[in-house]
Design a protein around this ligand. Structure first.
Ligand code: 3MF
Ligand code: MG
Length: 344
């Protein structure tokens, strides 16, 4: 039932196709041009890194950053779009080579905190109340390089700093177990929620669950989402798909395991995800093989797959499901679901 859910993605999801072993294969598309594509593709929300909104922000004063972000807000208004969240991109600067909030160097930690304050100014200027924290470099390549207890203290301290600086926002931690680091400090939903309860305002800290990241952690995405829902902490999602334990693939939602996608949609739909304003966020990348003019299909397709799965979820014979659960006939339940997914 299109119209009931609102969808979002980030400008990085229309990308040039570079990977660690090869150069770009598609031209860059200007941000303003990307914005024009959102509505055409069926999307209402834009996910931002701070520097997606304000490029080269490290060279600008706080006032200049706010001014630039206000211009972007105007561009969003003109397109009828809203900002879903802002995330601080604290993994590309020379000062965050060995971590941002958990760097061993106090000057680098201070840079990360300062950059996060600028990100929180952008959040206000774009009129969104959600921050996403993907803790890209908060981890290690070797065990002895950092102190894991101190690292958690420092992450909490950085989050507290953000909560104090901008009392209007909620923070959604996006857990990921590895890549770029060998071992990340906040690998799962459980870790992220435990961190939330260590902060000064636990009710303002939750999660952004990304399908692929949960799979990389060897977990089931819908179970991770259910865990967060039980705590009222599923602030947003990054739906996509992942073909086993390898690099983070960000594949089209449902394209690897349609049943796994069905179960994510089933849980979200059952617990009224979206009714409090949450977006169905996608974090998907086009295959490197895709030609320039066809490199947004992964977005439209992910959205369409989600909506078709909503229909499938709602047409599942729930009474039959309940009956088979009571009878403990899970073989028959298995077949019921598979038949349903096969349209039989
Ligand atoms: C990395 C990610 C990131 C985050 C993004 C928003 C590039 O695996 O998923 O996408 O989602 O930085 O925080
Ligand atoms: Mg993501």
């Amino acid at each position: 039932m299109p119209g009931e859910y609102r969808f979002s993605f980030g400008p990085w999801n229309i990308h040039e196709g570079a990977d660690p072993f090869g150069p770009t294969v598609r031209d860059s598309i200007a941000f303003s041009k990307k914005l024009k594509m959102y509505k055409q593709l069926g999307f209402d929300g834009v996910q931002f890194h701070d520097d997606d909104a304000v490029p080269d922000m490290n060279d600008l004063s706080p006032e200049q950053i706010i001014k630039k972000a206000e211009e972007v807000k105007k561009m969003l208004d003109d397109e009828g779009l809203v900002a879903e969240f802002v995330a601080p991109r604290v993994w590309e600067d020379a000062r965050t080579i060995d971590g941002a909030y958990t760097s061993n160097d106090p000057a680098c930690r201070e840079y990360a905190k300062e950059r996060s304050r600028r990100m929180l100014d952008i959040t206000d200027a774009l009129d969104t109340k959600l921050v996403v924290l993907w803790l890209a470099r908060e981890g290690t390549y070797i065990r002895e390089a950092k102190n894991s207890k101190v690292a958690v203290d420092r992450i909490v301290e950085a989050i507290n700093d953000m909560l104090t600086y901008n009392p209007r926002v909620k923070i959604a931690i996006e857990p990921k177990p590895n890549e770029p680091m060998d071992q990340a400090y906040i690998p799962t939903t459980g870790h992220a929620l435990a961190i939330a309860y260590l902060t000064s305002e636990p009710e303002r800290v939750g999660v952004n669950i990304e399908t692929a990241h949960t799979i990389l952690a060897g977990l089931d995405p819908s179970d991770e989402m259910g865990f967060a829902l039980a705590f009222n902490k599923l602030f947003t999602v990054h739906l996509n798909d992942q073909n086993g334990l390898k690099f983070d693939e960000d594949k089209t939602f449902g394209s690897v395991d349609i049943r796994r996608a069905f179960n994510q949609v089933r849980l979200l739909d059952r617990y009224d995800y979206g009714k409090s304003g949450e977006f169905v966020g996608l974090d998907v990348k086009a295959m490197r093989t895709q030609k320039q003019e066809m490199a947004t299909k992964h977005l439209a397709n992910s959205r369409m797959i989600f909506l078709r799965l909503v229909e499938l979820v709602r047409s599942l014979d729930q009474d039959k499901v309940e009956k088979l659960i009571v009878e403990r006939d899970y073989e028959e339940l298995d077949m019921l679901i598979i038949n349903h997914l096969m349209g039989r």
